[in-house]
Design a protein around this ligand. Structure first.
Ligand code: ADP
Ligand code: TRP
Length: 335
């Protein structure tokens, strides 16, 4: 039976780009799994590199947990837990530091980008680097290896981290052995999601928190409408045909059903006012989001239910991680 595992960092209220680019594809793929074991966790200790306040961390974890449940994560099919509830991960991480060459960390893209940014500013290259950031890939390797993971569904930006995990697992197995068919650590593989569309933001660039052009996934209907009305358009006349590669049309396609899309395609070809397109986009977006928003609010207001779900998930995660750790501790002479 294959094991699939992925993690999400709690870093703020998700937007529509996160939903269509990451959350929905992950939930759809776990719902399609047959006979595989699936783990999904909130990587709160990874978020420590940037989130420096307890209140913020708690809020982000709550929001992300409620978001995944509201978006349809099926906890009967997926073990859902908070990373910090599984101390075995951190024990494994400490052990793995000893088979990880420093050079491997020096080559990690995220670290290199931060060093380069400092060099470009003419300051000490390490000024923005703490050891949590530097060793981030080791903690991520422990997340993955503690569960004998076979497949790690991630976006392209995380592919290198999974490749580093493979290198670390092989280095560990090379030192501590195990027979060829039963190595101590299971070698995982990245599963790069088929390229999901890049969802445009209000100004037509990629929707991103860093550009401030996002539509929050759970904005209330009024705010959602206001956001949609702010999407940039040009001043062509309502009677002019419109190009269907416009961000408004792309966003419409995410929410509308096939016959609505066909209808809108004709309108774009024959001329339509941007205001009408926005009104129609709001209608279909609100229709999709409202039930999810209601579930989100329900979970946020009844957070003890979510805590129970996460506690059950963590219990089952600890059981599995403890088994792996026993193998590892035996191998290194700590048992
Ligand atoms: P942001 O750019 O807003 O900070 P993150 O980098 O936290 O978003 O992204 C979290 C997940 O959501 C990633 O898997 C990322 O690929 C996906 N994602 C973010 N923005 C978009 C977008 N505009 N279109 C598609 N997927 C996106
Ligand atoms: N680093 C990932 C991100 O920034 C989150 C993450 C942490 C993760 N541990 C993981 C993803 C293990 C997959 C597997 O998105």
């Amino acid at each position: 039976m294959k094991t699939i595992l992925t993690g999400v960092k709690p870093t703020g209220v998700p937007h529509i780009g996160n939903y269509f680019g990451a959350i929905k594809p992950a939930i759809d793929s776990t719902n399609e799994l047959r006979g595989a074991k699936s783990y999904l966790f909130i990587a709160d200790y990874h978020a420590l590199t940037t989130v420096k306040s307890a209140a913020e961390m708690n809020q982000y974890v709550r929001e992300i947990a409620c978001t995944w449940l509201a978006c349809g994560l099926d906890i009967k099919k997926t073990v859902f837990y908070r990373q910090s509830d599984v101390p075995q991960i951190f024990e494994l991480s400490t052990i793995l530091t000893n088979v990880t060459p420093k050079g491997l960390m020096n080559r990690a893209h995220a670290y290199k980008a931060i060093v380069q940014a400092a060099i470009d500013r003419g300051v000490d290259p390490d000024v923005d680097v703490n050891m949590g950031l530097f060793t981030y890939p080791i903690l991520m390797s422990a997340d993955i290896l503690a569960f004998d993971t076979d497949l790690v569904p991630v976006g392209r930006d995380q592919q290198q981290h999974v490749e580093i995990t493979v290198d670390i697992a092989k280095a560990f197995n090379a030192v501590y052995g195990g027979s060829d068919d039963k190595k101590i650590l299971t070698i995982p593989q990245p599963k790069i999601e088929k390229s999901v569309a890049t969802i445009p933001g209000l100004d037509g660039r990629k929707m991103s928190k860093s550009y401030g052009n996002q539509i929050p996934l759970f904005a209330n209907s009024n705010d959602l409408k206001k956001c949609i009305m702010r999407i940039t358009t040009d001043s062509t006349a309502p009677t002019d045909p419109k190009p269907t590669d416009h961000p408004l049309f792309e966003m419409y396609k995410l929410f509308a059903n096939p016959s609505e899309i066909e209808f809108m395609t004709n309108k774009f070809a024959n001329g339509v006012g941007w205001g009408d397109v926005k009104t129609e986009l709001f209608r279909v977006a609100d229709r999709t989001i409202t039930p999810m928003r209601e579930r989100f609010e329900y979970y946020m207001n009844n957070y003890e239910l979510v805590e129970k779900i996460l506690a059950d998930g963590a219990k089952s995660a600890r059981k599995k991680a403890t088994e792996t750790l026993s193998r590892v501790r035996l191998a290194i002479g700590a048992l």
